[in-house]
Design a protein around this ligand. Structure first.
Ligand SMILES: O=C(O)[C@H](O)[C@@H](O)[C@H](O)[C@H](O)COP(=O)(O)O
Length: 242
């Protein structure tokens, strides 16, 4: 596990943008394509904007295949949609061909949407290991990642698949990669910044294992590499110096 702590949010984002581009370039050179599962929420929006502003010409974006590590169970036109945020900040500005974007079909019932997305991923990897070249993850202040929320049944799911998750406290469904699917990735990178995340970062990186309470502790790549891109505020409660 590698932890990169930057003084500012902008520097954290620059660090991850360079990592993203270098990872993409390496996979495109080696395999002719780069598969990435994007994270949702608000943190990655600035990353996508940075990629467009400063790296639009640094890789062959036609060779990039975009998936979503999780999605809110809302229409693609809904402001909460992770797909919509990525479309507006990344896909449209880079003129990404829609055939390169694999969105969750939230017009289906939640269970069917998860099953259909699992089939989409199986088809993409065509019998090979379900190993994304890169999975981007955020971290909630309650230590969730993707839609692996505390005390939800998906935490015990040992399948490499996509499942529906009902969040009782919010009364909404999410569609999420399971931890075993995330852990198949070659590279996994958390992007976490802001003082509000400092306690969650400490829970996940340094505190005793308590998967139900701190689900992001489930993220342990089987063969791949785990990177944390933090700003100093989010790293403030870490006791060790990385
Ligand atoms: O769909 C989502 O909300 C995300 O995938 C989720 O796991 C997110 O990464 C964290 O909740 C952090 O969200 P923020 O970046 O908005 O703090």
């Amino acid at each position: 596990m590698k932890i990169t702590i930057a003084d500012t949010v902008d520097e954290t984002l620059r660090n991850l943008a360079v990592f993203f581009v270098e990872t993409a370039q390496r996979n495109i050179q080696e395999k002719g394509r780069f598969s990435v599962a994007l994270s949702g929420g608000s943190s990655p929006k600035k990353l996508y904007e940075l990629l467009v502003a400063h790296h639009a010409h640094d890789l062959d974006w036609k060779k990039v295949h975009f998936f979503f590590g999780d999605e809110r169970y809302v229409p693609h036109t809904d402001p909460d949609s992770n797909y919509l945020m990525a479309k507006q900040t990344l896909f449209d500005p880079l003129f990404i061909n829609p055939l390169q974007v694999y969105a969750v079909d939230t017009s289906l019932e939640p269970k069917q949407a998860a099953e259909a997305y699992t089939e989409t991923i199986l088809k993409f990897f065509n019998g090979e290991k379900l190993s994304f070249d890169l999975i981007l993850l955020g971290l909630g202040d309650n230590s969730h990642t993707a839609s692996l929320f505390p005390y939800t049944s998906i935490l015990a799911d040992d399948s490499q698949s996509v499942k529906e998750v009902f969040l009782n406290d919010q009364g909404v469904y999410r569609i999420s990669f399971t931890a075993p699917l995330i852990n198949q990735a070659d590279r996994t990178a958390f992007l976490v910044y802001g003082a509000g995340k400092a306690e969650a970062v400490r829970h996940v990186i340094e505190d005793p294992i308590d998967i139900e309470q701190f689900p992001a502790q489930l993220i342990i790549p089987v063969n791949g590499y785990l990177d944390w891109f933090l700003d100093r505020a989010a790293a403030a409660e870490l006791s060790m110096h990385y």
